[in-house]
Design a protein around this ligand. Structure first.
Ligand code: CP
Ligand code: NVA
Length: 309
């Protein structure tokens, strides 16, 4: 399958077959660790990485992935490049595209990464925006498949904020045939246009998408229970109000007793200690560090597919 030159702003940009290809490629690269180091498929290629927000996993996985594939990554903190001092996204994109072979960007407003892609002649990869986090969901799907042996037909429960990670999971689950139940406090549901898109994809795969305010209903019989911080980067001013609103949406052992006994607990990290108890986070059901490791294997597949030959 040829994905060369394509951008990844959202999983909506890729068909179920293309997502399947990226997951299979991730498995191949993970299993054949020595082969890609030998062949260096991105030899001579560079990736510019713009970060407007902090990052541990996304930055490290991508830099290591470029190194492993024989290429080079350039970390561009927005505080240090002219973008942070008034140069436009449009000009930044047109300049970078003349020098690098791919651009990865973590931004506040999703429109900014879309604007980068609009003016770039090289692939642009969304490394998290206020709307989506597609790279995370590829790692999540790989982790679920590794532990459960399949994706389609499983039930995934999201309890917490209807945020960027939730949005991308909705699209990924719908496209890959996982049933997804989202439980949020009133007023924190995922945006209706994204739910509508997920429902549209779900019609093709038979996945069931449920949006509720009832955490127990969402978790009942779930194979996978997922959450994320209640306060995303950029929402710091809303912290007090959100923590209050989310009081009854903490992932506890009591809540998870409603899930299947072999449920997986997942969290994209960083864990902020409010959204799930330590007991759940450290339990035998928790696969959060497998999930974190898979950020490396999946981003390697993405970079190789979009930038390689
Ligand atoms: N999950 C994730 O994207 O982590 P970072 O913010 O550390 O990149
Ligand atoms: N929803 C979180 C994810 C962090 C990886 C945020 O946007 O800050």
């Amino acid at each position: 399958m040829d994905l060369k030159g394509r951008s990844l702003l959202s999983l909506e940009d890729f068909t179920a077959d293309e997502i399947r290809f990226l997951l299979d490629e991730s498995k191949r690269l993970k299993a054949d660790f020595k082969a890609y180091k030998r062949t260096k498929p991105l030899s001579g290629l560079t990736l510019g990485m713009i970060f407007q927000k902090r990052s541990t996993r996304t930055r490290v996985s991508t830099e290591v992935a470029m190194y492993n594939l024989g290429g080079h990554a350039i970390f561009l903190s927005s505080a240090d490049i002219q973008l942070g001092a008034g140069e436009s996204i449009k000009d930044t994109s047109r300049v970078l595209a003349r020098m690098v072979n791919g651009i990865l960007a973590r931004v506040y407003a999703h429109e900014d990464v879309a604007e980068l892609a609009k003016h770039s002649t090289v692939p642009v990869i969304n490394a998290l925006s206020d709307k989506y986090h597609p790279l995370q969901i590829l790692a999540d799907l790989l982790t679920i498949e590794e532990h459960k042996g399949k994706l389609a037909g499983l039930k995934l429960a999201w309890v917490g904020d209807g945020n960027n990670v939730c949005n991308s999971l909705l699209i990924g689950c719908a496209k890959m045939g996982l049933n997804m139940s989202v439980a949020t406090p009133k007023g924190y549901e995922p945006p209706s246009d994204i739910v509508g898109n997920a429902e549209h994809y779900a019609e093709e795969t038979g996945a069931e998408i449920t949006i509720t305010n009832d955490a127990i209903a969402a978790v009942t019989n779930a194979d996978v229970v997922v959450t994320d911080t209640f306060i995303s980067m950029g929402e710091e001013k809303e912290a007090a109000a959100k923590l209050k609103a989310f009081e009854n949406y903490v992932i506890t052992e009591e809540l998870c007793a409603n899930a299947k006994s072999d449920y997986l607990f997942m969290h994209c990290l960083p864990y902020k200690h409010k959204e799930a108890t330590e007991e759940v986070f450290e339990s035998g059901n928790s696969v959060v560090f497998d999930e974190a490791e898979n950020r490396l294997h999946t981003v390697m597949a993405v970079l190789n597919a979009l930038m390689g030959s």
